[in-house]
Design a protein around this ligand. Structure first.
Ligand code: TYM
Length: 331
């Protein structure tokens, strides 16, 4: 059995980037009987940026419902809130003592977020990759399916784990990051040289998986492309068109080469509408399921409780193993 672990922050909206780059891949991995899957809502990570309490709670429930609506099965996989399993924060502290300040200073996301939130460059923002390493290492993870933007954090997780192992022997399993074949970096619809991000202030740039169908179509129709007319996959010179082809490929299940042939002689307008329609189709079953689930908080909480208990049973053992290796007195 391979252990698969990944997580998503319940901040703001779940974007099409989150779905294509990560959650859709989780769903595929869950379908493989050789995988044991654990998926978390990384709600401890979320408060590195200030959250309004009522909205934060609402987002967390909404993301949990979305994960189930998108096909993650709480019976097959462990699906839980990070904040419900105390070992995450505990291991994070221990790992802090094996992590260098210089390593954290070099993290691209820390530099970006410090720029964006200059009034709140808190320790959590800097320490975020260590908490993420704790998440992954607690479960003896083999593979971590993520989008490209998280790969640097997985590299540092591996470095920290190897450092610990070099001191104490085999404490942690060394995980590896895995990217989805198509769509590991979905780009903004308004600036296709930048990642589609839930914190983008321009709502036209980002598709929320819960956007109304008409809104999705409108956003795709106004997607930024280029001044040529040829529909060709060339991310460097034609980032907008290439992004649409990527999204359409995932939403339609057709390869990019097949799509390039289908669109020979057609206009960008056709590509935009087809992509919008395919995304609407792809998200349709999830939306209906979501509407049902979000009104059943008791069910969602019972799944979350069960997930947290199963997660904690694994996490406790790993934490104990590390504490024993360090030399802590156990009772
Ligand atoms: P988060 O919440 O920013 O994103 C969740 C997942 O979505 C992927 N993603 C994208 N993929 C493709 N294109 C995009 N435009 C795009 N935007 C986001 C991310 O790469 C990620 O896989 N720190 C993590 C959450 C986390 C975690 C973990 C992940 C906490 N602990 C342990 C893996 C393992 C984060 O903030 O992801």
């Amino acid at each position: 059995m391979k252990t698969i672990y990944s997580a998503i922050q319940p901040s703001g909206i779940m974007t099409l980037g989150n779905y294509i780059g990560a959650v859709d891949n989780w769903h595929r991995m869950q379908a493989d009987a050789n995988n044991s899957c654990i998926f978390a809502l990384a709600d401890l990570h979320t408060i590195t940026v200030r959250q309004e309490p009522a909205q934060f709670r609402k987002n967390a429930m909404s993301f949990y419902a979305l994960l189930l609506a998108l096909g993650l099965d709480p019976k097959k996989s462990i699906i839980y809130f990070q904040s419900h399993v105390m070992e995450h924060a505990y291991l994070s502290w221990l790992l802090n003592c094996y992590t260098m300040v210089g390593e954290m200073n070099r993290m691209t996301q820390f530099k970006d977020k410090s720029q964006k939130h200059q009034d709140n460059i808190n320790m959590g923002l800097m320490d975020y990759p260590v908490l993420m390493a704790a998440d992954i290492l607690l479960y003896d993870t083999d593979e971590v399916p993520v989008g490209i933007d998280q790969m640097q954090h997985i590299e540092i997780c591996r470095d920290i784990a190897m450092r610990v192992n070099s001191i104490y022997g085999d404490v942690f399993r060394i995980p590896k990051g895995v990217l989805t074949k198509v769509g590991a970096k979905v780009m903004s619809l308004q600036d296709p040289t930048a990642k589609m991000s839930k914190s983008d202030p321009n709502p036209k740039a980002v598709i929320s998986v819960l956007d109304e169908d008409s809104v999705i179509l409108k956003k795709f129709k106004s997607a930024v492309t280029d001044s040529e007319t040829v529909i060709r996959f060339d991310p460097e010179n034609k980032p907008g068109v290439s992004n649409l082809l990527t999204i359409l490929s995932v939403a339609s299940g057709k390869s990019i080469e097949t799509l390039e042939k289908e669109f020979e002689g057609l206009m960008y307008g056709h590509l935009k509408v087809r992509t919008g329609e395919a995304v609407i189709e792809m998200l349709k079953p999830m939306k209906e399921e979501y509407k049902r689930l979000i009104n059943d908080e008791a069910y969602l909480l019972s799944c979350a409780k069960d997930g947290a208990e199963r997660a904690a049973a694994i996490a406790e053992k790993t934490l104990r193993r590390f504490k024993d290796a360090i030399g802590y007195v156990s009772l």
